[in-house]
Design a protein around this ligand. Structure first.
Ligand code: P1T
Length: 400
């Protein structure tokens, strides 16, 4: 909350949608009293005298448009603080500086391919070792803790197999092992609208804002949200010291995207459910994975941990690599492209695209097979999307 002589918006008093529109965006903040926060592109700020300034020194260490976005992001995750980064991956890189050489990270085995790549090929070069574990198995998870485990990385729902990790159970386990362990939850797939991990024991929530939070596929950005003041001060220091910050223009766009997050997520869920149900009844599909369906193995956890789910669906089609290729090529409305969570529908082949950097044997264990396809259901008319999927499946797999 900012101090604005009586005009400060106190997010504690308001709901999600009110905060998305007002938090960090008081017109009284700006001399022009502009109702929409301005894009402040200046990289430096005139000081009254050396060391005495109006709250801003240099664009990397702080920027009014970025601060406004951060103040908006925090209450959406039920957090006191938020920090924005140049990408979701930049947020991860910066958080890795909370650790030191010799520390160990315990992560869920199914994570975004870039996160997997960072743990395997970048963090290891800083002397930080990572274990990938199936966190659905709590006994195995407990056994996998080491005396030097200092960070637990939970991604849930996982990318791309949409497994749900019990956030509270794993965070409780971690704190029991060592209260100093930092529990991070990558909440990208759920968005702050459908899941709030800080309420379940996480220390930090991480987002790729590139996805649902911005929602318009025109910004690459990341953010973290947290409550602990000391951890926030350290991460604020690292945000400046590591320097992976977003541009003010992108902060403006992300702030605009957040205004419709609640409505978009409700619409993504409606469309997601319709498409998932239709695919479940299609004889050309072997299996549909969607947490909102009763057939999902963690559907009960879904009901207790999440308030809903958006448009991410993973499927196994009947056939192999040839059928997958044909299916992706025949789609007209779904673009074959990486990323997710935008208003437009996308489809991709994780083994070849987003998760190509995951070692082949690991992909086999996770089920990222040749006939495995990930769908991001957008906000087009559900009937049109279902029609497009059906016609492409018929062409790709004619003999059913
Ligand atoms: O792309 P970037 O903003 O750096 O975010 C990385 C990231 C982090 N966490 C999750 C769960 C993600 O899905 C991603 C990025 N994912 C894709 C680009 C993708 O198509 O899966």
């Amino acid at each position: 909350m900012s101090s604005l002589n009586g005009f400060a918006h106190n997010p504690d008093h308001y709901g999600f949608q009110t905060n998305a529109i007002h938090s960090g965006q008081e017109p009284e903040k700006w001399s022009s009293r502009t109702v929409v926060p301005p894009i402040v592109m200046g990289t430096t700020f005139k000081q009254y005298e050396p060391g005495k300034h109006a709250g801003f020194e240099y664009g990397r260490s702080g920027n009014p448009t970025r601060n406004s976005l951060e103040e908006c992001l925090a209450p959406l995750e039920k957090a006191k603080y938020a920090l924005a980064f140049a990408s979701g991956s930049a947020a991860l890189t910066t958080m890795s500086y909370l650790l030191k050489s010799g520390d160990h990270i315990l992560t869920v085995d199914d994570v975004y391919g870039g996160t997997n790549r960072f743990f395997r090929n970048c963090a290891n070069r800083m002397g930080i070792e990572t274990s990938f574990v199936d966190m659905l198995d709590l006994e195995l998870t407990e056994k996998s803790f080491k005396s030097n485990t200092m960070m637990v990385w939970i991604e849930t729902p996982t990318n791309p197999t949409l497994k749900l990790v019990d956030i509270k159970a794993v965070c409780d386990l971690a704190k029991k092992k060592n209260p100093e362990v930092i529990c991070v939850v990558d909440n990208t797939f759920a968005s702050a609208y459908f899941q709030n991990p800080l309420e379940l024991g996480a220390d930090i929530v991480s987002h790729s804002l590139t996805k649902y939070m911005n929602g318009h596929s025109d910004v690459v950005m990341g953010a973290i949200m947290l409550n602990d003041e000391k951890l926030y001060e350290r991460m604020k220091y690292l945000q400046n010291a590591v320097g992976a910050v977003p541009s003010p223009f992108d902060c403006f766009l992300a702030s605009r995207g957040l205004k419709t997050l609640a409505f978009r997520m409700q619409a993504h869920m409606q469309n997601g459910l319709k498409v998932a149900k239709s695919l479940s009844e299609n004889p050309r599909i072997e299996k549909v994975i969607y947490p909102g369906l009763e057939s999902h193995p963690q559907h009960e956890l879904y009901k207790s941990q999440m308030k809903g789910f958006g448009g991410m669906i993973s499927i196994y089609i009947k056939g192999g690599i040839d059928e997958s290729f044909r299916f992706l090529k025949e789609l007209k409305l779904f673009a074959c492209a990486e990323s997710l969570g935008g208003y437009e529908s996308l489809v991709e082949h994780p083994a070849i695209m987003t998760h190509a950097s995951v070692p082949k044997d690991q992909r086999a264990i996770l089920g990222i097979d040749d006939n495995f396809v990930r769908i991001s259901v957008g906000l087009e008319d559900a009937e049109d999307l279902i029609g497009d999927l059906n016609q492409a499946l018929e062409k790709a797999i004619p003999n059913v």
